[in-house]
Design a protein around this ligand. Structure first.
Ligand code: AMP
Ligand code: MG
Length: 336
């Protein structure tokens, strides 16, 4: 049985989070909202509970988890944060920025997949923050989706993947950004962008001098040999139907002739060009496109009679850089 507890996203009551805290303390996993996507969380100091995350998600054991903290005190407990980056973290936290740091011994190899580093983030969602505070320890949590699937941005998606498999889901409505956090590896000098996200790359290059933006964040694969971050070698964010990403929009008519049974995902400005498309959002508000992306992918895969999902590509600017990263990883075919 999976219980869903509805809470106020802005001001959750302690009594509404009590059950979740008790389950976490007892070594169970709980699904909770963050400002990026829903997370499947466990007490970071409970190794058995953290193992359950991998089992439930069918996540490869070599793909480490992000640890969610509520304070700098918790940061210093689990990671060695270089002083020169602290003022940057103070500026961006709480928020959708994850940093990879050298870990401390208290963090289990299960969480870091045997690495000497740990990925850490202080989420800005009031529910996530309060849950961590009430638990009194950080929460290790990847996105609450079965490995490889589009991330869950609402409880409806969470239940598609985990109904009956977890005891408790905290429902705070749709997640504000709808896209996973930005990940920057600070153990490298200069720092390396591992995953683009809501904290925009244009801002990051100003802050992290010499930031490296590797090919693998722009391309479907884009690396050879040892993967730079364990997660990048796996297929991600993928709906159950083949996805064609059309980067050269001039080629859209040809693509649609070749794939007659398809549903198109496009921006509002182009919706008149297609037959019954799913509208992602407006170019005037690119964050709306990010927010709807995974919802639209999950909706498209359920559409009867549609064999293909055809998605318009975007110029890689701001949050749309992150959207393109997810789409390229999810795509079975890219048309340029
Ligand atoms: P998710 O849990 O789905 O939000 O994905 C977390 C991402 O962070 C994955 O791509 C991981 O491979 C990456 N990650 C987590 N910990 C580390 C680490 N210590 N070093 C490098 N990448 C990491
Ligand atoms: Mg994920």
């Amino acid at each position: 049985m999976t219980r869903v507890v509805r809470v106020d996203p802005l001001d959750p009551r302690e009594e509404d989070l009590r059950e979740a805290v008790d389950l976490l303390k007892g070594g169970e996993v709980v699904i909770f909202p963050t400002e990026t996507v829903y997370g499947l969380g466990a007490d970071v100091f409970n190794e058995r509970a953290c193992r359950k995350i991998f089992e439930l998600k069918k996540r490869p054991l070599d793909n480490p988890l992000i640890v969610h903290i509520d304070s700098f005190e918790q940061l210093f407990k689990i990671a060695k944060a270089q002083d020169r980056y602290l003022h940057i973290l103070e500026r961006f936290w709480p928020g959708p920025l994850t940093v990879v740091l050298e870990k401390k011994d208290v963090v289990s190899d299960v969480v870091t997949a045997g690495l000497e580093t740990v990925a850490v983030r202080m989420p800005a969602h009031p529910v996530a923050l309060k849950l961590i505070r009430l638990l009194g320890s950080p929460i290790a949590a990847p996105s609450a989706n079965v490995s490889g699937r589009p991330s869950a941005t609402s409880v409806e998606h969470v239940l598609e993947d985990f109904m009956g498999k977890v005891k408790l889901v905290i429902d705070a409505g749709p997640t504000p950004f709808g896209l996973e956090s930005t990940v920057v590896d600070l153990t490298k000098s200069p720092p390396v962008l591992l995953r683009p996200g809501p904290v925009e790359v244009e801002k990051l290059v100003e802050i992290f001098e010499g930031l490296i933006v590797p090919d693998f964040v722009r391309e479907k694969k884009g690396f050879s040999g040892v993967p730079p971050s364990p997660g990048v070698k796996y297929r991600h964010y993928a709906p159950s139907k083949p996805l064609v990403l059309v980067e050269d929009l001039n080629k859209m008519p040809q693509v649609l002739r070749e794939h007659p049974n398809s549903v198109v995902l496009c921006v509002k400005e182009h919706s008149h060009l297609y037959e019954e498309p799913l509208v992602l959002g407006s170019l005037e508000n690119p964050y709306s496109i990010a927010q709807n992306l995974f919802r639209a992918l999950r909706e498209a895969e359920k559409m009867v009679g549609k064999e293909w999902i055809v998605v318009e590509g975007f110029e890689e600017k701001g949050i749309l850089f992150a959207v393109m990263n997810r789409l390229r990883k999810a795509a079975t075919e890219i048309v340029r």
